[in-house]
Design a binder for this molecule. Structure first.
Ligand SMILES: Nc1nc2c(ncn2[C@@H]2O[C@H](COP(=O)(O)OP(=O)(O)OP(=O)(O)O)[C@@H](O)[C@H]2O)c(=O)[nH]1
Ligand SMILES: [Mg+2]
Length: 719
């Protein structure tokens, strides 16, 4: 493969909802560019892009696959992303290292929730896009509806470059209003005949052509002038205009293909090669300290590793983008994140598993290498003296969680290593050893996401694993003031133990006044604060401890032990053993024994006095509440709403966007256990949602009673 220069390289993300045909399109592109001699298919499980066993098994993409091709003297680096919302991590990674996105549409369905989600990400990353209307040969294909929905959703920025002459199984021709030609294919697709536009189409074609020219002229003053003078632009001028329009996201060109029949794929590649912006004109990446790095081939060598994966038969492969400079085989670089040396012993261009050796890669290009010692996804490798360190990629919050464990305890350690590796590969898998819940919690993007992890661990690593509904991290707190005292006394032979603590507990809130007087059972308790300790609890909320011991009833040296005792119970709340929060404790009196008092006695007295007072103080359980946003096709709104009602959801808002409804709600975590699965089955996979922790709120009384009973029963079981 020849060495390509920055302006000859195009990095493109392939996006679009699951099943729109990205992987099939890649297959056609590889075939046309001569990388493969036969086109594989999803049904035959032999596509280049879905080469992992788990992808063959499930029939959809799980990983983003790098597919590099050469077309008309350009190097087109595609990243075929998984369309399912569960694998959004791949999309985020891909958008970080590419300059343009193709968003495929399945013209059977038009704009889907998945399309819209990916569109939003391109918006967030400010990337130019091209819409590709696919599956035009399908008997249910409806191009007009698809186009109408595109315009409804994304407005007049949507401009047609091509339209199909007919759709359905007889689809074999498109009119290209940029070239003003008709392309027609034989049933096997591939190279088209290029024809004059027939009379029956010329009026329609001219209309779209004019709209396109006008739109292309809008983004450049010189073009605009020429357009006013001559009423038209030549092809090269149109390209310049479209490129500018795309760069500013003012133009979303629409292409027409049948990936399955390999029709119009060559023309799409040509357009991507000629028109879509290359790396040296798009937004520059930034380092952690906000410095912009230009893809300068003569700058210092700097590689950003955006993906690492353990590949069948070869082991770990690192995929990187050359951010600056050039890289040749045999060069030594420094891993900025780990301060370790790495030798780039081999350099490849890749198309799935197909690797082609390359001599040199230049700024802007993407490549792969093997056998790095200690380099992970997100690391930067620099030439000596270069200190570039790129901003970390931000991934979306998880929205599905399960407790995970190895069926055989002997495999636990190995499983833990595998999970760490999995997280490095896909940062949207998050693993937490929860001390609080006494479970390993695996967070992901959805049930599918976790199911593929299970499949891989069981089939590749041969470890049987089990998922369980995870425990909920409840919290405990109090709702009123209470008082208690406790005497700890032990005097059976040897040294005795003695400690007595009197304390008051009250609900803590930000900015509460200093305590003065309390009344319990007709008796008045005057407080004079000697010392206040405010502890920000690791698990959220606060504990405020006030020492108001007067007259030396307890020696100052025992106060820390009392605090420790109270903290013991904060860590293991008196109701259900969950963490407690937002309590103010006033230790106001107690007793000592001249010989038998020691730290342990006061720790126990403090702990028990606190537990007693807590139980008297209207104790309540709090549960985590999440802010949830659901996007749902309008026709499924009723089903989704009634399901939410059964989940104790509080609907905060509802907004209509063309064809979708956006629902905002507050929902307890306990009710979200299998939400992604239910939502998917209610809407045929056409909805999506995200969730984010919002706050802790009181658990309704009936549910609290149930939980307390369960806790009592589990304690009995343990005894
Ligand atoms: N009729 C027809 N079917 C197609 C076409 N393109 C793809 N398909 C079929 O649609 C299904 C999904 O295609 P994929 O290429 O796996 O779609 P994808 O976008 O990669 O899907 P994910 O990997 O799940 O995101 C497969 O059964 C394909 O054979 C097309 O142009 N025409
Ligand atoms: Mg795919």
């Amino acid at each position: 493969m020849k060495v390509y220069q920055s302006n000859e390289i195009k990095n493109i993300s392939l996006l679009g909802s699951s099943g729109s045909g990205k992987t099939t399109l890649v297959e056609a592109m590889l075939y046309e560019s001569g990388v493969i001699k036969r086109r594989g298919s999803i049904a035959a499980q032999n596509t280049v892009s879905d080469y992992f066993p788990v992808e063959k098994e499930y029939g959809y993409s799980v990983f983003s696959t790098i597919i590099q091709t050469e077309w008309l003297n350009k190097k087109l680096n595609f990243i075929d992303c998984p369309g399912s919302d569960d694998f959004i991590g791949g999309v985020v990674t891909s958008l970080n290292v590419t300059d343009t996105a193709l968003i495929l549409l399945n013209t059977q369905y038009g704009v889907e929730v998945g399309t819209h989600n990916h569109f939003r990400y391109t918006e967030k990353f400010n990337k130019p896009i091209i819409f590709v209307a696919n599956q035009l040969d399908h008997e249910k294909s409806d191009f007009d509806k698809t186009l109408e929905q595109l315009k409804e959703n994304y407005g007049s920025k949507v401009v047609l470059i091509q339209y199909p002459v007919t759709v359905g199984p007889q689809f074999n021709a498109v009119v290209d209003v940029l070239k003003m030609k008709m392309y027609r294919w034989k049933p096997e697709g591939g190279v088209p005949e290029v024809l004059e536009i027939p009379d029956s189409e010329i009026e329609k074609a001219q209309e779209y052509h004019n709209a396109l020219v006008e739109s292309a002229a809008e983004h450049d003053e010189a073009l605009m002038e020429k357009f006013f003078d001559q009423g038209s632009l030549d092809e090269e001028e149109m390209r310049v205009g479209i490129r500018k329009g795309m760069l500013h996201r003012d133009m979303f060109p629409v292409f027409c293909v049948s990936a399955g029949k390999d029709m119009c794929v060559r023309r799409l590649m040509e357009f991507v090669g000629n028109v879509s912006p290359s790396v040296n004109v798009t937004e520059k990446p930034q380092t952690k300290d906000g410095k912009e790095i230009a893809p300068d081939p003569n700058g210092p060598t700097s590689l950003y590793v955006f993906k690492t994966s353990v590949e069948p038969h070869i082991g770990e492969v690192s995929f990187f983008k050359v951010m600056s400079g050039k890289i040749k085989e045999g060069e030594d670089l420094l891993n900025v994140n780990r301060s370790s040396k790495e030798r780039i012993s081999q350099l490849f261009s890749v198309a799935g598993q197909i690797r082609t050796k390359v001599e040199e890669l230049v700024a802007g290009d993407i490549g792969a290498t093997v056998k790095l010692k200690d380099t992970r996804t997100g690391d930067t490798l620099n030439a000596k003296g270069c200190e570039y360190d790129y901003k970390e990629i931000k991934y979306p919050e998880p929205k599905y969680r399960r407790a995970i464990r190895a069926v055989s305890e002997a495999d636990e350690e190995k499983l833990s290593e595998i999970l760490t590796r999995m997280h490095q590969e896909d940062p949207t898998w998050i693993i937490e050893q929860s001390k609080e819940l006494k479970q390993t919690i695996l967070y992901g993007q959805g049930e599918f996401h976790l199911r593929t992890l299970k499949w891989r661990v069981e089939n590749n690593d041969k470890i049987a694993i089990e998922y369980k509904e995870p425990r909920i991290p409840y919290r405990e707190t109090i709702t009123k003031v209470a008082r208690a005292d406790y005497r700890h006394k032990k005097q059976s032979g040897g040294a005795g133990q003695f400690g007595e603590v009197h304390l008051i507990v009250e609900p803590y809130f930000e900015g509460m006044p200093t305590p003065e007087t309390f009344r319990f059972g007709g008796q008045e308790y005057k407080i004079s604060v000697r010392d206040t300790q405010e502890i920000k609890l690791e698990w959220g909320g606060k504990l405020v401890l006030i020492n108001s011991i007067v007259g030396g009833s307890i020696d100052a040296r025992f106060i820390p032990a009392i605090m420790k005792g109270i903290m013991d119970r904060m860590e293991q709340g008196p109701l259900t053993g969950s963490y407690a929060r937002d309590v103010r404790v006033i230790v106001y009196d107690g007793k000592m024994h001249p010989v038998d008092s020691n730290e342990i006695s006061f720790r126990l007295a403090g702990r028990n006095a606190f537990a007693q007072a807590f139980k008297e103080a209207g104790p309540k359980l709090l549960e985590p509440i999440y802010d949830v946003i659901v996007q749902v096709p309008s026709d499924k709104m009723g089903d989704v709403m009634s399901d939410l009602q059964g989940r104790r959801a509080i609907i905060m808002g509802m907004e209509s966007e063309k064809g979708f409804e956006k629902l905002t709600a507050k929902i307890p975590l306990k009710e979200l256990g299998s939400y992604s699965t239910t939502l998917s089955s209610l809407t045929g996979g056409r909805a999506s949602f995200n969730m984010k922790f919002a706050s802790y709120e009181l658990v309704p009384m009936d549910i609290q009673d149930k939980l307390l009973k369960e806790y009592e029963a589990s304690k009995k079981d343990e005894e």
